[in-house]
Design a binder for this molecule. Structure first.
Ligand SMILES: C[S@@+](CC[C@H](N)C(=O)[O-])C[C@H]1O[C@@H](n2cnc3c(N)ncnc32)[C@H](O)[C@@H]1O
Length: 303
């Protein structure tokens, strides 16, 4: 029998070289899945057959399905959209951490905040927030710099496509390993330490969580309703998109920036080759220049 490690057999399934009955991803099936991912989320799976086979293969086994095509059809036919969301969750990574790429948080504190004098509202968008470490790091930074007395000025929107990560982000509970290099002093100020059953976990305090609004949002869809921001963090998500998609997204993000507002992208990402009206400030940091001169910033300034 060509059984798997669970001793089950699968009809129509070729045995893998190691004798197990791993489901094989056929080129046609890869095409179907890749097209759905691109059309729905802008995610470009080009060349990622191995990743798709490994991650969705596990899901197929859980669902007791015999082929990737069967799974793909279920996703396409599920009118609730839940299967589609579960698929993007499996095929993208949610890796993140507190104060990831710490230069951005230093820049926010040292350069951006002083340019936003009181009493104006400070709106920041974490546009692919994953499990919440990014928007909470923004909240800690702003609170630390402004003081609790100015907390009412702060409004953070945190969005992601994945309902699973958004639920975790909203709970705001993290194990001590997730806190990384967060200074003890800040931990004491903004986190509650778990006791008894919650030993080893930390809960982001209510006064910090109340500064963040979570919303499920697909960056491929219209997001003009979110309003205008002084800072947009759109980090480590553009790596999934091809250049055409990045181009359209950056222009739509720029439209949501207030004059003088900043767009922060991942340090492993680049806007090179993308025609945008933003001024390059420093690595992974772009600014919308106030006034009509904005339109004169073209690609050659992106150096
Ligand atoms: C690697 S995480 C980035 C987290 C955080 N920004 C950081 O840099 O640490 C990428 C996130 O992008 C989300 N994502 C992927 N495609 C998306 C889309 N089309 N719209 C919105 N979010 C998307 C994923 O669900 C994932 O949580």
């Amino acid at each position: 029998m060509s059984g798997s490690s669970h001793g089950q057999a699968w009809h129509g399934q070729a045995a893998a070289p190691n004798g197990s009955s791993e489901r094989r991803l056929r080129p046609k099936e890869f095409e179907q899945i890749a097209k759905t991912m691109y059309r729905s989320f802008g995610v470009d799976l080009g060349g990622k057959e191995i990743l798709v086979e490994a991650r969705l293969g596990k899901k197929l086994r859980e669902l007791g399905m015999e082929s990737f095509e069967q799974y793909w059809k279920m996703v396409e036919e599920d009118r609730s959209g839940e299967s589609l969301t579960a698929m993007v969750d499996l095929l993208t990574t949610n890796h993140t951490s507190f104060f990831r790429e710490t230069q951005h948080f230093d820049y926010l504190r040292r350069e951006i905040l002083p340019s936003l004098p009181p009493p104006g509202r400070i709106r920041v968008w974490s546009a692919a927030c994953s499990t919440g470490e990014e928007p909470y790091s923004i909240a800690f930074t702003l609170l630390e710099a402004l003081g609790a007395a100015q907390a009412a000025r702060i409004g953070i929107l945190a969005s992601d496509i994945s309902t699973r990560v958004l639920a975790a982000a909203g709970r705001g509970i993290y194990t001590s390993e997730r806190l990384g290099t967060m200074p003890n002093e800040q931990q004491r100020r903004y986190l509650l330490k778990g006791t008894k059953d919650s030993q080893g976990s930390y809960l982001v305090k209510q006064e910090v969580r109340s500064l963040v609004t979570f919303e499920r949002l697909n960056l491929m869809e219209d997001f003009s309703h979110v309003g205008v921001f002084q800072v947009i963090f759109c980090r480590n998500v553009m790596i999934y998109f091809d250049q055409k998609t990045q181009q359209a997204l950056v222009n739509r993000l720029a439209a949501q920036l207030a004059p003088g507002g900043h767009l922060l992208i991942g340090h492993a990402e680049s806007l090179n080759g993308i025609d945008h009206g933003l001024k390059y400030i420093r690595p992974a940091t772009y600014r919308k220049i106030a006034g009509p001169s904005n339109s004169f910033y073209r690609r050659h300034t992106d150096r």
